[in-house]
Design a binder for this molecule. Structure first.
Ligand code: GLA
Length: 400
C-alpha cells in the first residue's frame, strides 16, 4: 500500500530555499505554501454558478521567490532545476506554455490588475501528486501568488486574497488554457483547518463547514487511480459547452437557476438533458450534504456521495473503469460513502472510511486494481488543512 505523505512544512520550505540558492546563487526572499484540494461533493457545478464543498489537503506546493532588479523571469523546480527563462513583456496568453505558465500566468494577471512588479526568480517543489485531480496546478499558482503578494507588501486579508484568486483563475484559464471554474484556487486561498469550504459561485460567498471527522470516527481516504487526465484535453470543455447549451435552451443565465422539472421536460437533446440533470441534482446534493454534516448524520452524507458518483458516471459521463472500481471496492470494504472527485476522466476517488478501516479499505482497492490488471493506486488522507500562506523560518505560516 502506498500512502503519499504531506511532509513537514518547515522541512519542505527549507528544501526549496536550498534549491533556490543552488539554482540562482543567492537566497530566496520568501517561501509561499499553497495546498492542493479534494472536493467532498459538487462536481462541475462551479462554472454553472452552483455550490461546491472542497477541503484543502495537507499536501502543498512550496514556492521560494525573490524579486529581481530587471525584467527577467526565471522559474525552476526540483524536477526541472534548469529554469524556464523569459522577460516580463513576453509572458501572457498565447505566449507561454508548459508548467511554467501557471507561475508566469499569475505574474501576468497581477500586472494586468495593475500591480507594478519587477522580474522574479522562482523555485518550486511540493507534495501534491501531479495529474491526480488534486489541484496541483492551483497549488502552484497560489503558492507563487502569496509569495509575490508578501514581497510587494500586499495584504493577505480576505479582500487581498480575492484579488489573488482572480489572478490565479486568469492564469489557469487564459494563459495555461484550461477552461476550469474557480473552485480550486478559491479553496486553496480561503480554506480553514478542520473544515470544508462551502463556496457559492452565484452569490460569490465562501464559508467554512466544520467537519469534526475524528469525533465521528471517520477519515477521508483519497485514492489516486494514477490514470492521468488533462483539463486541456477536450472532455472538460465539452461538458462545459453542453451545460451552456442547456442553460441557453432553458432561457436561464446558468443552470443554477434551472429546476429539474424544466430540465426533464424542456431539453430535447438526450445528452444535454443528462448533463443538465447532473448539475441541477448535484447542486441540491451539496446543500443536503452541508445539512447532513451539520446534523452529524454521516450515513446520509455517504448516501449523497454515492448518488453523486452514479450521476457523474451515468449522466455526466466523466468516470472511468478505475474510478468505478475504487468506489465499488471501498463501499464493499467498509466505507460509508465513496465517489470520484475532481474533473474526472481519471484522477482520484474519495471514500468516507471508519478510522479502523483505513488500511482495510486501501488494501482492498489495491487488490482489486491488481486483479483487474490496473496499476496499483496511491492513497492519501484528506485531513482538512489551512489555506495558502507564507512559511516563516520556523516553519509556521505567518497568519497561523
Ligand atoms: C476541475 C476544475 C474545477 C472544477 C472541477 C470539477 O478540478 O479545475 O474548476 O470544475 O474540475 O468539479
Amino acid at each position: 500500500m502506498t500512502f503519499v505523505e504531506p511532509g513537514a512544512p518547515g522541512q519542505l520550505a527549507a528544501a526549496v530555499r536550498e534549491g533556490f540558492a543552488a539554482s540562482y546563487g543567492a537566497p530566496a526572499a520568501v517561501v509561499g505554501r499553497a495546498p492542493g484540494r479534494v472536493n467532498l461533493i459538487g462536481e462541475h457545478t462551479d462554472y454553472n454558478a452552483g455550490l461546491v464543498l472542497p477541503l484543502a489537503l495537507p499536501h502543498a506546493t512550496y514556492a521560494a521567490v525573490a524579486l529581481r532588479e530587471d525584467d527577467r523571469v526565471r522559474i525552476g523546480s526540483r524536477q526541472k532545476p534548469q529554469p524556464w527563462v523569459a522577460t516580463l513583456d513576453t509572458i501572457g496568453p498565447g505566449q507561454t506554455d508548459g508548467w511554467a505558465a501557471y507561475v508566469a500566468g499569475v505574474l501576468w494577471a497581477l500586472r494586468e490588475a495593475g500591480w507594478q512588479t519587477p522580474g522574479v526568480d522562482v523555485y518550486v517543489d511540493g507534495t501534491v501528486p501531479l495529474g491526480a485531480g488534486l489541484s496541483s496546478s492551483a497549488a502552484l499558482e497560489c503558492s507563487f501568488a502569496v509569495a509575490l503578494a508578501t514581497l510587494l507588501g500586499k495584504d493577505l486579508t480576505q479582500a487581498g486574497r480575492r484579488t489573488l484568486i482572480e489572478a490565479c483563475i486568469r492564469a489557469e484559464t487564459e494563459v495555461a488554457g484550461a477552461p476550469t471554474g474557480g473552485m480550486d484556487q478559491t479553496v486553496s486561498m480561503l480554506a480553514e483547518p478542520n473544515a470544508a469550504l462551502l463556496i457559492d459561485f452565484d452569490l460569490q460567498t465562501a464559508g467554512p463547514v466544520a467537519l469534526r471527522l475524528p469525533e465521528h470516527g471517520l477519515a477521508v481516504l483519497v485514492t489516486d487511480t494514477r490514470v492521468s487526465h488533462a483539463l486541456t484535453d477536450g472532455g472538460y470543455a465539452a461538458r462545459r459547452a453542453d451545460c451552456e447549451a442547456a442553460a441557453a435552451a432553458l432561457g436561464v443565465a446558468s443552470l443554477r437557476h434551472a429546476g429539474i422539472a424544466e430540465v426533464e421536460s424542456q431539453l430535447t437533446n438526450d445528452r444535454v438533458r443528462r448533463r443538465a440533470r447532473h448539475i441541477v441534482t448535484e447542486i441540491d446534493r451539496v446543500a443536503e450534504t452541508v445539512e447532513a454534516i451539520r446534523a452529524g448524520d454521516w450515513l446520509s452524507v455517504g448516501s449523497l456521495f454515492l448518488a453523486s458518483h452514479v450521476s457523474m458516471r451515468d449522466d455526466f459521463e466523466i468516470s472511468c473503469a478505475e474510478l468505478d472500481l475504487a468506489v465499488e471496492t471501498a463501499l464493499g470494504a467498509g466505507a460509508i460513502g465513496a465517489r470520484m472527485t475532481g474533473g474526472g476522466f481519471g484522477g482520484s476517488a474519495i471514500a468516507l472510511v471508519p478510522l479502523d478501516r483505513i488500511d482495510g479499505v486501501a488494501g482492498a482497492i489495491d487488490a482489486a486494481f491488481i486483479a483487474a490488471g490496473f496499476r496499483p493506486p496511491n492513497h492519501l488522507l484528506g485531513e482538512p488543512s489551512a489555506a495558502a500562506d507564507v512559511v516563516t523560518e520556523n516553519g509556521l505560516s505567518r497568519s497561523s
